[in-house]
Design a protein around this ligand. Structure first.
Ligand code: KIV
Ligand code: ZN
Length: 518
C-alpha cells in the first residue's frame, strides 16, 4: 500500500541536511552530505530535504549530487517564494528520480510586517504565484506557512486553501520558533481539517522546533489530529534548540503503537548508525541522557533496576537496544586480530566502508591496539568517525612532539602540518602544552578565528583510554566545531583544532543570502 493510500502511514521527511545544517557550527561538506543521504535512504526515509539550492553553490551541488544517487527516497530542495529560488531548486533537482520543490513564506503578522514588510494580501498572492511556478517543474510541491503556529487563524486557512488550489500536494504547518504547546497545536491542525474545504487533496505536514523541548510532543499530537507527514532530523539537529528528533518520533510510534496506531517505514535498527554518523560529521556530541541514542539510554545503573532487569527485561526496558541497532558493548579485538574480523566488527557496528577506507581504518586500528591494551566498540567507533571527519581536508597533521612538565618551561610544541599538499613545520611555546600546540598551528596557518571552546572527554575508562577532543572556533560570526580522537590527548587536540580549521575554510566559501534561515 502506498504512503498516500494507507491512512495511518506517517511520511518521514528528514531535514538533517537542510534545517540541521543551519545549526551554528554544523557545516557538512559534499562527501559527508552524500554519506548521510545514503544512510537516510537505507533506513527508509520517505523524503530527504537535501538543502537550500539558492543559499550557496555548495548547497546547490549537494542537492544536485544527492538527486543523482538517491533512488528510493524523494529528494527535496527548499526555496523561498521567489522565482529565482524556485528556478534554482528545480535546476538542482533535475536528475532526481523523485524530486520535490519545497517553497515557503511567512504568514504570521509579526513576520509579514517586520521581516517581509509585506501586507497580508501581497503574501497571499505570493503563495499562489510560488506554488504555481513550482508546479511548472514538478507535480510534487510542498508549501510551508513559516511561523504558522503564530499565524492568525483565518489567514492561515485562506493561505492553506490557496496553496492546495494552486497545486501543493503537501501543506506544511511549522512551529518555526518552537512556541506552541500540544493542546494548542492539536487545535490548529484540527481547525485546518474542519475549515479548509480542499484539505483532503493534500497531505498535512508538521515541522516543529524544540525551543521549549516540545518538538516531538507537538509532532505526535499533530499526527493524532490528522497530520500525516512529520519533518524531523537525526539527533534533533536544527536551528537553535533543533527540530523534532526523528529517532524519538519513530520509536514513540513503534513503542506506543497500542495508543498511536500509526506506522512509519523507518528501519529503526539503523537509528544508532545514523545518529553516530551525524554526530561524527557535525562534531555535535550526543548528550549521554538523550532519549533513544544517548550513551545511557539503555544503561541500567541502580541496583534495584539491574535486579529487575535480570529477572525480567520488561521491568525497566520499554524497547530493546537491538530495536535501535545497539549491540552490547564488549571487549572486541586485540592486536592479533585480522582484517576479516575487523571488517566484520565494523559491519556489526553499522559501518560499511569501501576497500581503501577499510585499509586505512585497519592500519589505524593496529596502531591503536599497539598502544592500548583493550580495544572496545567505543574505541572503534571513535577511530572510524575520526577518519570520516577527515576526508577531503586541506590541512592535515603530520607529526607532533610536545615537551612539558616541571622541567620544561615554557612548554614547547614541534609540529608538522600538510597544507594543500605541502608539509611545513615549526616550533612554538605557550602557557601549557595545548596552548603551545595551538600556537604552532597558528604559526603554520595564520588565521583570525577565536577559540571559543576546548573540551576533552575519555572515550572509555582507564588511563590508556582514547581522548576525544572538541574545539569550537569563531570567525566573523561563523562558528565551527572540530573533533579529534587519540590515546595522546595532545595529538587529539591538534586533530580537533585542524578539523575545525578545515570546516572554517569550507564555510568561507559559503555565501548565504539574507534571511535564509527559517
Ligand atoms: O522552521 C521553519 O519554519 C522552516 C521552514 C522553512 C519549513 O524551517
Ligand atoms: Zn525549521
Amino acid at each position: 500500500m502506498s504512503a498516500r493510500s494507507d491512512k495511518n502511514r506517517i511520511i518521514i521527511f528528514d531535514t538533517t541536511l537542510r534545517d540541521g545544517e543551519q545549526s551554528p557550527g554544523a557545516s557538512m561538506n559534499l562527501d559527508e552530505k552524500l554519506r548521510i543521504a545514503e544512510v537516510l535512504e537505507g533506513m527508509g526515509v520517505d523524503v530527504i530535504e537535501a538543502g537550500f539550492p539558492i543559499a550557496s553553490d555548495g548547497d546547490f551541488e549537494a542537492v544536485n549530487e544527492i538527486a543523482k544517487v538517491v533512488k528510493d527516497s524523494t529528494v527535496c530542495g527548499l526555496a523561498r517564494a521567489t522565482k529565482i529560488d524556485i528556478d534554482r531548486a528545480a535546476q538542482a533537482l533535475k536528475p532526481a528520480k523523485r524530486g520535490r520543490i519545497h517553497t515557503f513564506i511567512a504568514t504570521s503578522e509579526l513576520h509579514m510586517k517586520h521581516k517581509l514588510q509585506l501586507e497580508p494580501d501581497e503574501v497571499f498572492a505570493k503563495v499562489i504565484e510560488s506554488v504555481t511556478h513550482a508546479r511548472s517543474f514538478t507535480d510534487d510541491v510542498e508549501w510551508s506557512a513559516e511561523d504558522a503556529s503564530r499565524t492568525e487563524h483565518d489567514f492561515l486557512c485562506r493561505c492553506v486553501e490557496a496553496a492546495i488550489d494552486a497545486g501543493a500536494g503537501t501543506v506544511n504547518i511549522p512551529d518555526t520558533v518552537g512556541y506552541t504547546i500540544p493542546e494548542e497545536f492539536t487545535a490548529i491542525i484540527r481547525m485546518l481539517f474542519d475549515r479548509v474545504p480542499n484539505i483532503d487533496k493534500a497531505v498535512v505536514s508538521v515541522h516543529c522546533h524544540n525551543d521549549l523541548g516540545l518538538a516531538v510532543a507537538n509532532s505526535l499530537t499533530a499526527v493524532e489530529a490528522g497530520a500525516r507527514q512529520v519533518e524531523c532530523t537525526i539527533n534533533g539537529l536544527g536551528e537553535r534548540a533543533g527540530n523534532a528528533a526523528m529517532e524519538e518520533v519513530v520509536m514513540a510510534l513503534r513503542t506506543r503503537h497500542d495508543v498511536m496506531p500509526y506506522t512509519a517505514a523507518i528501519k529503526t535498527e539503523n537509528i544508532i548508525k545514523a545518529s553516530r554518523l551525524v554526530s561524527a560529521v557535525t562534531g555535535f556530541a550526543v548528550q549521554p541522557n538523550k532519549a533513544i541514542v544517548g550513551a545511557n539510554a539503555f544503561a541500567h545503573e541502580a541496583g534495584i533496576h539491574q535486579d529487575g532487569m535480570l529477572k525480567h527485561a520488561g521491568t525497566y526496558e520499554i524497547m530493546t537496544p537491538e530495536s535501535v541497532g545497539l549491540k552490547a558493548s564488549k571487549l572486541v579485538l586485540g592486536k592479533h586480530s585480522g582484517r576479516h574480523a575487523f571488517t566484520e566488527k565494523l559491519k556489526e557496528l553499522g559501518y560499511e566502508l569501501g576497500d581503501n577506507a577499510v585499509q586505512d581504518a585497519f592500519k589505524r586500528f593496529k596502531d591503536l591496539a599497539d598502544r592500548k591494551k583493550e580495544v572496545f566498540d567505543e574505541d572503534l567507533v571513535a577511530l572510524v568517525d575520526d577518519e570520516v571527519v577527515r576526508t577531503n581536508d586541506r590541512i592535515r597533521m603530520v607529526s607532533l612532539e610536545v615537551l612539558c612538565g616541571t622541567k620544561h618551561q615554557p612548554p614547547k610544541a614541534e609540529l608538522e602540518l600538510e597544507i594543500d599538499g605541502e608539509v611545513k613545520g615549526c616550533k612554538a611555546t605557550g602557557d601549557g602544552p595545548v596552548d603551545a600546540s595551538f600556537n604552532a598551528i597558528k604559526e603554520l596557518f595564520p588565521h583570525e578565528a577565536r577559540l571559543q571552546l576546548y573540551q576533552v572527554h575519555a572515550v572509555t575508562h582507564g588511563t590508556d583510554a582514547q581522548a576525544k577532543v572538541t574545539v569550537r572556533l569563531e570567525e566573523d560570526g561563523r562558528t565551527v566545531i572540530g573533533t579529534g580522537a587519540d590515546t595522546d590527548t595532545m595529538v587529539a587536540s591538534v586533530k580537533a583544532y585542524v578539523n575545525a580549521l578545515n570546516k572554517l575554510l569550507l564555510k568561507r566559501q559559503k555565501t548565504a543570502p539574507e534571511a535564509l534561515s527559517a
